[in-house]
Design a protein around this ligand. Structure first.
Ligand code: HAM
Length: 417
């Protein structure tokens, strides 16, 4: 047996109903909020993420599945969707087609991380992005939609956390303040933080090393360094959230692990997930489109980890649908009629199972029991002669004969009871 790769998973039949539930709610929500779907390739040029996600991020430095292809080009499996969505928006000049460019995508992402519960090397995201709007009303709407996703999935106890990381005008002052506040104490921090203090001091707030926390707790807060425009924008975003009646917590440590964010950042944290507790995260990125060669357009969006939504889904959600019927043939002459019956029921929209290999009626009935189908439909010589079917309701054990012509209507009626 050749096993699967560490950090990757098969989504098995017993689980797939929960996935379909999450994907169904996600697609439905996107449609209701006016998002159009885009499907971008899983492989992209490495430089898209080096430039987009950022050279100083852990994703680009340590986690990309990058390789040289047979033609000598540097390629990577995408670690996130945002740079691909921006590329697609720019490459196809989508803003000319779509009055307000709101795009979403669902698909696998790849990061070479240390696998644990809720963290995988291949995982899936719902990613949504809005291009071209600076108005804080869109920040409010995007965050409200993120919250609606979690609520509509029935996930309880989730917490919305927001922050503002400022802009190109005010961030340098804050970064300098961080360096000044750290001073000599940099040497006491972990190796990663020492590296971050040089490449991107903001990222120190991502540190989870317990020994570093007392030092990090003393650092200045980004909110106190925002320029007037960023302060005003953040106040408006908060006003919108309050108007929607959304509870939130402001955390100055929410700097997010990607380089492109400006102003608003946010995450929704789940309670049942352990250490990997972010159900989704996102924020505004006002320079990324231009930085990737497009027009000067702002952007904002978020991505939700589907594995984490599936883990957080309440028990019993997305249970596999049970079949409407299991057709049992009593004796050889009935097999052909049983197969035709199964075909007709399937064409009429009813989920129908049937056995193969001419097994005995006893063995077929055993399988019907195990399948948990709602009804067993028995076809024997008597039924064939009278053009009827014996319908056994599995839950109650009740049995009745139904005319073949009435069967579809009968099964549909009990389905909606
Ligand atoms: P991110 O915070 O890196 O942001 O990822 C978003 C979500 O993807 C996380 O909150 C988590 O649910 C899930 N996720 C990330 N890594 C893993 C993993 N290794 N295993 C399982 N789930 C994971 C982004 O990717 C940005 N592109 C979001 C964004 C969109 N910002 C603006 N637009």
């Amino acid at each position: 047996m050749i096993p699967s790769i560490r950090g990757t998973r098969d989504i098995l039949p017993a689980e797939v109903g929960r996935w379909q539930r999450v994907e169904g709610v996600a697609r439905d929500l996107c449609a209701r909020y006016g998002y159009a779907e885009v499907r971008t390739p899983v492989i992209e040029r490495e430089e898209l993420f080096a430039k987009g996600t950022g050279e100083s991020t852990d994703i680009v430095q340590k986690e990309m599945y990058a390789f040289t292809d047979k033609g000598g080009d540097r390629i990577t499996l995408r670690p996130e969707a945002t740079p691909s969505m921006v590329r697609s928006f720019v490459e196809h000049a989508l803003e000319q087609e779509l009055p307000c460019a709101k795009l979403y995508s669902l698909g696998p992402m790849f990061r070479y991380e240390r696998p644990q519960k809720g963290r995988y090397r291949q995982f899936h995201q719902l990613d949504i992005e809005v291009f071209g709007i600076t108005d804080p009303a869109v920040d409010g709407e995007v965050i409200e939609m993120a919250s609606a996703l979690v609520t509509e999935l029935g996930i309880e106890g989730a917490e919305l956390v927001i922050n503002s990381v400022g802009c190109a005008a005010c961030r340098p002052r804050f970064t300098q303040a961080l360096i000044d506040a750290l001073g000599e104490r940099v040497a006491e921090l972990c190796g990663d933080c020492q590296r971050r203090s040089v490449t991107n001091p903001l990222r120190i707030f991502d540190c989870k090393v317990p020994a570093d926390q007392p030092i990090i707790d003393q650092l200045p807060h980004s909110e106190n360094f925002l320029c007037d425009a960023c302060r005003g924008h953040f106040a408006e975003v908060r006003r919108h959230l309050e108007a929607y009646g959304l509870a939130y917590r402001v955390s100055h440590r929410l700097v997010r692990g990607l380089d492109y964010y400006t102003r608003t950042t946010f995450e929704i944290l789940g309670t049942s997930l352990g250490a990997q507790n972010a159900l989704l995260g996102g924020g505004r990125y006002d320079h990324l489109v231009k930085q990737l060669g497009g027009p000067d357009r702002p952007g904002i969006g978020f991505a939700a980890g589907l594995e984490r939504l599936v883990l957080a889904l309440p028990e019993g959600a997305g249970e596999m649908d049970v079949a409407d019927a299991f057709v049992v043939a009593l004796g050889d002459p009935s097999w052909s009629a049983a197969r035709i019956l199964a075909r007709d029921l399937r064409r009429a929209g009813l989920t129908t199972l049937i056995d193969y290999e001419g097994r005995s009626s006893k063995s077929q009935m055993k399988r019907a029991n195990r399948s948990r189908a709602r009804h067993m439909l028995i076809l024997g010589e008597d039924e064939l002669a009278t053009n009827q079917v014996t319908v056994k309701t599995m839950e109650t054990g009740e049995q009745q004969t139904v005319a073949r012509a009435d069967l579809v209507a009968h099964l549909r009626a009990v389905r909606t009871d």
